[in-house]
Design a protein around this ligand. Structure first.
Ligand SMILES: Nc1ncnc2c1ncn2[C@@H]1O[C@H](COP(=O)(O)OP(=O)(O)OP(=O)(O)O)[C@@H](O)[C@H]1O
Length: 254
């Protein structure tokens, strides 16, 4: 693995990050609003899905993101991956990122699994020769059902098969930062165990991991540090054990 950062330099710096979304709720407009808004029926009301978020992540750290539904976990991962841009502040990432954020791994439904492997790995800087070399290894990891359907359109894959292929591709890239959203829950038990072993191997190589999970077992197994997102704010940043304790106390008092 080649590093762009020097030892001790953070690989991710998130500084006062904020993003605003449209609430997307429609409501009846008053005559006055219709006149001023040119008759559109869309509500332009916005809310901050994340705000005032600041933290740094060092090389090789394994960070677990926790928080209730809608707390902003996936949104934060997307901003680190660079697929969403902030409205305030910045997320500075100094190494390449391999994200598995959407269930579909960002793959294109109309293309075959094989074409998606080449497309995704190519976008992450791998040459066709390099992909040829790793192709079998990727498909072996994804399993026999994926191998049987490797030339079928990706959209015909079951959700479990989609995640198998997504995880296999993302973790065979040479990117130093790996983002995994709550996608492993879809895989069956055997596959999840294989994924866990691979994540352990990636951490041993010194890669940096961000894991979103609602499973305490998974978070404790992989993450040493936790970030707790609550209502779009960073409620706590500490050891994974402390963060889970705090989160559990909050859940009980809800
Ligand atoms: N593209 C979007 N447009 C408008 N609102 C959005 C968009 N994406 C996310 N949101 C909203 O932003 C908030 C944070 O969503 P996010 O998916 O980041 O939460 P989460 O912590 O990952 O939740 P979960 O645990 O349910 O996966 C939610 O209120 C969600 O509805």
């Amino acid at each position: 693995m080649e590093w762009r950062t020097k030892p001790g330099q953070p690989v991710i710096t998130v500084d006062n990050l904020g993003i605003e979304f449209l609430r997307g709720r429609k409501r009846k407009l008053s005559l006055r609003e219709m006149v001023y808004r040119g008759g559109t029926s869309h509500d332009k009301e916005t809310f901050w899905a994340l705000r005032n978020i600041s933290f740094e992540v060092g090389r090789g750290e394994a960070v677990g993101l926790v928080g209730g539904n809608g707390g902003g976990k996936s949104t934060l991962l997307k901003m680190i991956a660079g697929t969403l841009l902030p409205d305030e502040g910045k997320a500075q990432v100094r190494e390449g990122v391999a994200p598995l954020i959407e269930l579909t791994g960002g793959f294109i439904g109309e293309l075959s699994a094989r074409e998606n492997v080449y497309l995704t790995a190519g976008l992450h800087g791998m040459s066709n020769d390099q992909i040829d070399e790793r192709f079998d290894q990727i498909i072996d990891f994804a399993g026999p059902q994926v191998r049987d359907g490797v030339d079928k359109p990706f959209r015909h894959f079951s959700s479990g098969m989609q995640v198998r292929l997504g995880f296999a591709v993302i973790t065979c890239l040479d990117e130093p930062i790996i983002l995994v959203d709550e996608v492993l829950a879809v895989g069956d038990k055997g596959f999840r165990e294989k994924c866990y072993q691979r994540m352990e191997a990636l951490l041993e190589q010194g890669r940096t991991l961000f894991l979103v999970s609602h499973s305490e077992g998974d978070l404790k197994r992989f993450c040493t540090r936790g970030l707790y997102l609550k209502g779009g704010e960073l409620a706590a940043d500490g050891s994974m054990d402390d963060i889970l304790e705090q989160y559990n106390v909050d859940i009980m008092s809800e």
